[in-house]
Every structure is written in C-alpha cells, then in structure tokens.
Ligand binder design. Structure first.
Ligand SMILES: [Zn+2]
Length: 316
C-alpha cells in the first residue's frame, strides 16, 4: 500500500539532491512576474533564516480579512499577512483608511500583497491565443497601523473580539468539527504515525495523547486531511494520485501544500499549530524554496483550494 508519510522533510538535509545554496546565490530578480515570485520567496526565506516557519504558529491566530469588505485574503496573501506580526487580522488599503475618515499613522510601513490577473493575448490564430498572468502588487496596512477609522454607520471600527486561547479541550472539539464538516471525509484510523493512504482513502493518526498538546494533534490531523483532498475523487492532485518518489519535486510540493493547507485550516478553526520546528526541518525547506521561486506561491494557491474543500466550500 502506498502512503504519504509526513514530516519527512526533516530528513531533507541528508539528501544530496537538495544542495545547500549560499545566500549570495539566492534567487535574483529577473523581471515582472519572476520578480514577484522572487520577492515573495525571499520574504519567506528571511523568516526561515530567523528560525521562524511562517506556516506554523504556536499561537492562535485568525485568517486575515479586508476590514471593509470582510473578505478573507487567500493563498499566498493569507500567509504573507499572517506572518506580518499583528494581533488584529483586519487589513485595508491607504485609500480605504481615507474613505473611513481615518488615516495610516505617520511612518507606518505597509505590507505588499499580490493579485494575479489573467489577460487574454490575441494571436493571428487560435493557437496563438493565450492568457497571460499579470501580477499586480498592492500595499495594505493593518488596522493597528491606522487611526480614527470610522465605519459607514458613523461608529468607530469595532474593536476586535478576543479569541479564546487554544484550550486543549476546544482544540479536540475543533478537530471533530473539522471532520464533521468535511464532505465525504476519509476514515481516520489509529496508527503509530500520521499518514494518508490514497489507495484506501484513510487517514492514519496516533492518538491525541501521543502529541505534546491537543492543538498539535489537531494541526497534524488538518495536515493529513489536506493530503486527502488530492484523492482522484476530490481534487485529483499528481502528488497524491501519481506514483511519486520520496524527495521528488511532486513529493515536496504535496508536502508543502499539506503544511500550508493545515496553516489555513488552523487559522479558520482557531487552533494553534504548536508542532516543534527542528533545525533540519527548517533547513530542508530553506534549501527547497531557494531552488524554486514559484514553489511557495503555487503551493499556497493549491493549499487554499484544499482547505476550502475540507471546509465544504469547494463550490463557492
Ligand atoms: Zn504530509
């Protein structure tokens, strides 16, 4: 039986295909689109250099939303805003702050996010017609960087309601709710290690008592559920349905997707991801991201789709 055994990125530093890339040879800006991928990847690499894994947060956090539309930011933008380090999860543009009769405080620095638009390129014949992705950068500010924000009804932007700390009991309840809300969820069977087995469509999980915390159990379950969305009856991802080899590109893409998807799910259900980051885990990802500037953006986009699927939002 072929299974996806997780957390093997910890061993990547021992595998020769991922050679250490000196900092001086880091991804260089080329132009346009490539420039955006490089910029984002370098921001993630800077965090990993500090020993911080942006997709693992040992505290409870929420999904970043626009303060005006209340729409959540998705994919890579959700990750970039989540790692900016603010307690408040609401963000807005300079103009939106102005429209709310407020302003961004003097000296505050915005956070760059990016949206991709697809522009149709007309050619002489059908074959030459193609859609070209165009990256548009936006700068947003956290509401904590602004002052005097007034909502349309004339009142102050409401203070953020405190989120309850991730109590162990509520983390287990969140895990149960996650499974119950997952349409056609795979079975979860007890095992000594965490894995997803596509052939039987089952998630294997150690018992909650085997983890340092219930939140760690829930974050691991979320990671495995994200893998399970790759089954051919769901999102049909090559990293799950194909015959992938350990340490291959498909394997590490699917593994990063599992990590980012778990990060998005944990933010949605209000559970911390307090799985410890070993030095070799961090180094494995640092090397992998250094060699492929598109990896994090692509994985974040697919991870968002996977998280939406688990949350039963695939049709939205
Ligand atoms: Zn995994």
């Amino acid at each position: 039986m072929r299974i996806i055994i997780c957390c093997l990125m910890q061993k990547f530093s021992k595998i020769s295909v991922f050679e250490t890339i000196p900092h001086s040879r880091r991804i260089r800006a080329i132009s346009g689109m490539e420039n955006k991928y490089d910029e984002i990847t370098n921001r993630i690499l800077a965090e990993l250099d500090k020993g911080v894994v942006p997709w693992r947060k040992p505290w409870t956090s929420r999904t970043a939303v626009n303060a005006v539309s209340e729409k959540p930011y998705r994919g890579i933008n959700s990750l970039l805003l989540g790692m900016a380090g603010y307690d408040d999860h609401r963000w807005l543009t300079f103009k939106q702050a102005h429209d709310l009769n407020g302003q961004v405080r003097r000296g505050e620095k915005g956070t760059a996010i990016v949206f991709w638009q697809f522009i149709e390129h007309e050619g002489d014949d059908d074959e030459q017609k193609r859609s070209i992705p165009l990256a548009r950068a936006y700068t947003v500010f956290n509401v904590q960087q602004c002052e005097r924000l007034v909502v349309s009804e004339g009142g102050k932007l409401p203070d953020l309601e405190p989120i309850s700390a991730s109590m162990d009991a509520s983390a287990l309840e969140a895990a149960r709710n996650l499974l119950e809300g997952y349409p056609d969820a795979p079975k979860v069977l007890p095992c000594s290690h965490a894995a997803y087995a596509p052939a039987r469509d089952v998630v294997l999980m150690p018992s909650a008592s085997a983890f340092n915390s219930k939140a760690g159990y829930t974050a691991t379950l979320a990671h495995e559920l994200v893998h399970s969305t790759g089954h051919n009856k769901r999102l049909n991802r090559p990293g799950v349905v194909g015959l992938i080899q350990f340490a291959s590109q498909d394997y590490s893409f699917e593994e990063l997707l599992g990590e980012l998807g778990a990060c998005f799910l944990c933010a949605e259900i209000g559970v911390a991801n307090d799985i410890q980051n070993s030095a070799s885990y961090i180094e494995g990802w640092r090397q992998r991201l250094s060699t492929d500037s598109r990896l994090i953006v692509r994985a974040a986009s697919q991870a968002q789709k996977a998280a939406d699927w688990v949350l039963g939002r695939a049709q939205e």
